[in-house]
Design a protein around this ligand. Structure first.
Ligand SMILES: NC(=O)c1ccc[n+]([C@@H]2O[C@H](COP(=O)([O-])OP(=O)(O)OC[C@H]3O[C@@H](n4cnc5c(N)ncnc54)[C@H](O)[C@@H]3O)[C@@H](O)[C@H]2O)c1
Length: 315
């Protein structure tokens, strides 16, 4: 297939570009490098078509989807904190970007668009695990935007404009996730702090839990979504996680064990807009997509620590 990856220089997008190339697809990637890092795809420039452009620009979106069979749409400003600081920019990239891309895909005759939605759409509802049929309850501008874009995707699918498959990813982690950003996800941030002999900065008391999902599982889900029967998956929403949750205190202990160090922890107040617990029900993805997690947290942590260590040769 000819597949466009949006957010191709992003953490997940760059893994998707690699996986698509390895499985024989023809790949184009678009990214405006707003949060993306060019080095993630630089070594692949001879193997795929790279476009540095903004999906909110209708002309760029049209050029990006031209001739493509499918789109794996990862581009977004993917952060709760960033959306609290600048909700307008967050909405522009995440909502306006998605609708611009959907319309371009529709007009170009793209067969299918797979959307990277977020478990943050479930918000603070106490019931666990989260099932796709639950009423959403977003708690941050980021979550509102991801949910709004998801709804646009669903409607475009239902109207027959372009087939859509919507995912809600649960806390994705793995190699190539940026540990240095002020908005870094906890796993690369904690691992890098320990490798440098620094204290871990923990927001909250560490009892908040997540369905941490190694990136290979998300890649697997996207590849399955490209092949799935449209009559079964068009306009549908799927949780993509592992179906297991771990709290941050466990994570810190486990990272300490892998690295053979005793973690030092500095505690800060709980982050605004943060949900206390999250856990995916993945039965729908199993049933309709044939999805199964391929790497669970302990192995995923080891792969991620190994990668973080390579980035710090002195560690
Ligand atoms: N990482 C997670 O745990 C997680 C969880 C749930 C959902 N998601 C979703 O998965 C997707 C990928 O997340 P990620 O962790 O790889 O983040 P990332 O920041 O590494 O990747 C997003 C990419 O999109 C690009 N981008 C942003 N706005 C753009 C625009 N207007 N035009 C073109 N490119 C643009 C960025 O430069 C970046 O490279 C996002 O849609 C995010 O909301 C991620």
């Amino acid at each position: 297939m000819r597949v466009l990856v949006t957010g191709a220089a992003g953490f997940i997008g760059s893994h998707l570009v690699r996986a698509l190339l390895e499985t024989g697809h023809t790949v184009r990637g678009i990214d405006n490098l707003r949060t993306g890092l060019f080095w993630r795809v630089e070594s692949l420039l001879n193997e795929f078509e790279w476009m540095q452009a903004d999906i909110c620009d209708p002309d760029a979106a049209t050029r990006a989807v031209a001739g493509m069979d499918a789109v794996l749409h990862q581009a977004a400003i993917p952060s709760v904190s960033r959306s609290l600081e600048d909700p307008v920019a967050s909405s522009h990239a995440n909502v306006q970007g998605t609708i611009t891309l959907l319309q371009a895909a529709r007009l170009s005759g793209v067969r299918r668009l797979v959307y990277a939605g977020s478990s943050s759409a479930y918000g603070d509802t106490p019931t666990l695990p989260k099932v796709e049929t639950m009423h959403p309850c977003p708690m941050s501008p980021y979550a509102v935007g991801k949910l709004a874009a998801e709804q646009y995707c669903k409607v475009f699918g239902q109207l027959g404009f372009v087939e859509t498959v919507c995912f809600r990813y649960f806390n994705v982690f793995g190699p190539m996730q940026d540990p240095n950003s002020a908005y870094a996800a906890v796993i690369p941030k904690f691992a890098t702090a320990l490798l440098k002999g620094e204290a871990i900065t923990l927001q909250g008391n560490g009892t908040q839990s997540r369905d941490f999902t190694y990136v290979a599982n998300v890649v697997r889900a996207n590849l399955l979504a490209l092949q799935a029967d449209g009559t079964r998956v068009n306009g549908e929403l799927f949780n993509i996680g592992c179906g297991q949750r771990y709290d941050l205190n466990y994570l810190i202990r486990e990272l300490g064990t892998i690295l053979g160090v005793e973690p030092r922890v500095e505690r800060l107040p709980r982050r605004q807009g943060d949900v206390p617990h999250s856990l995916a029900d993945i039965n729908k993805a199993k049933e309709l997509l044939g999805y199964e997690p391929v790497v669970h947290l302990p192995d995923g942590l080891r792969h991620t620590v190994a990668w973080c260590r390579e980035q710090l040769p002195s560690a």
